[in-house]
Design a protein around this ligand. Structure first.
Ligand code: HPA
Length: 270
């Protein structure tokens, strides 16, 4: 695997000579954030050796290199999910490659279902912690000491200083942000009512199908992480109506301007 990571990173370096300091993963419905980037180079995943290829509507599947807030960044437009049939190790491959490209901070985003009743559709939620017991861990299997330790500490997966920075930016811009615990599930089914209630009972505030494997991998490599959810639906509904992917994409789109304002200023302050 080390070889594959290096081959992918070397291939990218042969195409793009810049040095990104920040990696950004864009969640469902947040792809228009790429309009904020002064794009220098786009590389489709299909052109990168050993990269999986994204299959979900709303995830376009390329690495975007360029400038944001005057900083060199790399953004993943489209990420990989366990429900697509990839292994947990394949899902996190791009995160490892971005580390080998030299990023020093990883910013993650996602669309998530709210389970804490204080969360409403369109809310932005800073992920303060996660519960990863309902989905496979990407570090299962051979450990590569060049990447990190066999038993990584997870006492602060999401860096407090980054969380505090975003809270200060939000306060200064008058953008409301909430904080909460994200529970990752495999999907692709949205949860049953009983499952949403279980997730709430186990201490979760929101639930989704991504982000946590990527955060775990980054922490394993000593890469600081910040993560934010856009609440696109609420799980425990009085009317028991269905959750749809279209609804999720729509709600994420609506919340995108505030999300973008926070990420742009956070990158400026890194
Ligand atoms: N559950 C799981 N994943 C999700 C949801 C949800 O309700 N909304 C967006 N992603």
């Amino acid at each position: 695997m080390m070889e594959k990571i290096k081959e992918a990173a070397d291939h990218i370096k042969s195409i793009y000579g810049g040095q990104p300091g920040v990696g950004i993963v864009l969640g469902s419905g947040l792809g228009s954030f790429t309009n904020e980037i002064n794009i220098e180079k786009e590389i489709p995943y299909a052109d990168i050796p050993h990269f999986p290829i994204s299959t979900v509507a709303g995830h376009s599947g390329k690495l975007i290199f360029g400038e944001l807030s005057g900083k060199k960044i790399v953004a993943m437009a489209g990420r990989f999910h366990y429900y697509e049939g990839y292994t947990a190790q394949q899902i996190v491959f791009p995160i490892r490659v971005m580390k080998f490209l030299g990023i020093q901070t990883l910013l993650l985003s996602n669309a998530a279902g709210g389970v804490n009743t204080s969360l409403k559709v369109g809310d932005l939620m800073i992920i303060t912690d996660h519960i990863s017991q309902l989905a496979p861990n990407p570090l299962i299997g051979k450990n590569y000491p060049e990447l990190g330790p066999r038993f990584p500490d997870m006492s602060e997966p999401y860096k407090k200083d980054l969380i505090n920075k975003v809270k200060a930016i939000a306060a200064q811009k008058g953008i409301k942000v909430k904080e909460g615990i994200y529970v990752v599930v495999t999907g692709p089914t949205f949860e049953t009512l009983a499952e949403y209630k279980m997730i709430l009972a186990m201490g979760g505030d929101a639930v989704g199908m991504s982000t946590v494997p990527e955060a775990i991998t980054a922490v394993h490599m000593g890469l600081p992480v910040f993560a934010m959810s856009v609440i696109t639906d609420v799980g425990i509904r009085e009317d028991h109506t269905a959750v749809t992917h279209e609804e999720v994409l729509q709600a994420a789109k609506a919340a995108e301007p505030n999300f973008a304002a926070l990420f742009i200023e956070l990158v400026a302050q890194l």
